[in-house]
Ligand binder design. Structure first.
Ligand code: ADP
Length: 382
């Protein structure tokens, strides 16, 4: 007898924000027993066509977030720049919102992140938080770190925007003053990096966790351009990364995906930052594992059982498609054998993340070449 599934028993999950993460959540949701809906700011948002139910409203507007949250069994986010008061109010009403307002705080505030992790004894770069121009504290910190200092806006930065390395030819006091005009600043030591890594952990509503393997991430101009599985770092470093990520996950206590970005340094593994949602460093899991970060995020948020991810190949490379001086050729890229092309449907703009390419296989250099061959067609160099 065919198994009859009562559609009303499927939990309804609402996603606030209509960027590429919402789009990839919608793709993952097609195979899951849940109903996904979207809060989108504009009818131009590319994710809209992937959702059957769309509400228009702003993630910043208290009333819009409350009204949307009340219509769902559980609510989650495409991005964390949401009205936090509304999230707190929904929680006070007993609504399921994941990640919680407390967990979101880690994602929106680098100063808070650094201070809590440091207080917890978790390894972070040496840092100081500035609320205002404290010349003495700044000079002391600069003097203590002749190797260099990085200045970061505590809030609102992404893809390297809101981060500046105080190198030669840069007036540190002027740069810090400029950053302070936009709010709280974190000054931190410029770490000497062997590599950057990321670990994603998914926590279910019942506390169960699954962890994705450690990956190496490659950044250019503060933006992730490439992710490689498996990590090329030693087993000790990868194990330290996973151990630290698990400790971070326990502290942040976020239901859903928590992505932890880490630095491998001669002094050991240090935490760079965390994201409380599916993350660019985990896009490789769509083709590269048996259960993507998007699937497990939705499972966690909806209260479904998590799936322990298993890699589908020995090697995986994910390359971001970042807009260059002219649009790329998606038709040509789709002809590259072995390359999976993800087009976020965004209007082309130089410097904008427009999509990504993944290749899976049993040969490291072959997989990386395939991904870059396709990506090169999508980001022509002149
Ligand atoms: P964003 O939130 O914009 O992604 P990050 O804080 O992750 O910014 O910084 C972007 C990149 O800048 C990192 O991936 C790393 O390459 C570099 N970076 C950040 N902090 C440091 C640091 N303390 N020392 C050296 N490089 C850093």
């Amino acid at each position: 007898m065919p198994k009859v599934i009562d559609p009303r028993s499927n939990p309804s999950v609402g996603v606030i924000g209509a960027g590429q993460l919402a789009l990839m959540m919608a793709e993952a949701a097609e195979a899951l027993p849940l109903e996904l809906s979207l809060l989108a700011a504009s009818s131009d948002d590319a994710a809209i066509s992937h959702f059957r139910q769309v509400t228009f409203g702003s993630a910043h507007e208290y009333g819009d977030v409350i009204a949307f949250g009340r219509t769902n069994d559980a609510t989650t986010f495409d991005h964390e720049l949401v009205n936090l008061d509304a999230v707190v109010a929904l929680e006070d009403e007993g609504r399921a919102v994941f990640p919680s307002s407390q967990a979101l705080r880690f994602a929106v505030d680098k100063a808070y992140q650094r201070m809590v992790f440091a207080a917890e004894g978790l390894p972070v770069p040496d840092f100081v938080v500035l609320e205002h121009f404290d010349e003495m504290a700044i000079r002391d910190f600069l003097a203590a770190h002749p190797e260099g200092v990085v200045v970061k806006s505590a809030r609102g930065g992404y893809d390297g925007r809101g981060v500046a390395v105080l190198g030669a030819g840069v007036d540190p006091l002027e740069t810090i003053t400029n950053f302070l005009s936009a709010g709280t600043v974190v000054l931190e030591e410029r770490v000497s990096m062997l590599a950057e890594m990321a670990v994603s952990i998914v926590t279910g509503r019942n506390g169960e966790t699954v962890v994705y393997p450690v990956v190496d991430t490659v950044q250019r101009d503060g933006m992730c351009v490439e992710v490689n599985y498996p990590s090329t770092l030693s087993t000790e470093v990868a194990e330290a990364a996973e151990r630290i990520a698990r400790a971070v996950a326990r502290r942040v206590n976020a239901v859903g995906v928590l992505a932890v970005e880490l630095f491998a340094t001669p002094k050991g593994v240090l935490i760079n930052e965390v994201a409380t949602r599916p993350h660019n460093s985990g896009h490789w899991t769509i083709e590269g594992t048996s259960a993507s970060q998007f699937e497990n995020h939705l499972r966690a948020v909806a209260g479904l059982e998590l799936i322990s991810p298993v890699a589908t190949g020995a090697f995986v490379t994910m390359v971001n498609v970042i807009g260059t001086s002219r649009p790329g050729d998606y038709e040509a890229a789709r002809q590259v054998a072995g390359a999976s092309i993800h087009d976020y449907g965004k209007s082309w703009r130089s410097g904008r993340k427009l999509g990504h390419v993944t290749a899976v296989g049993d040969n490291r250099s072959g997989v990386t070449k395939t991904a870059w061959d396709a990506a090169a067609l999508l980001q022509p160099s002149n």
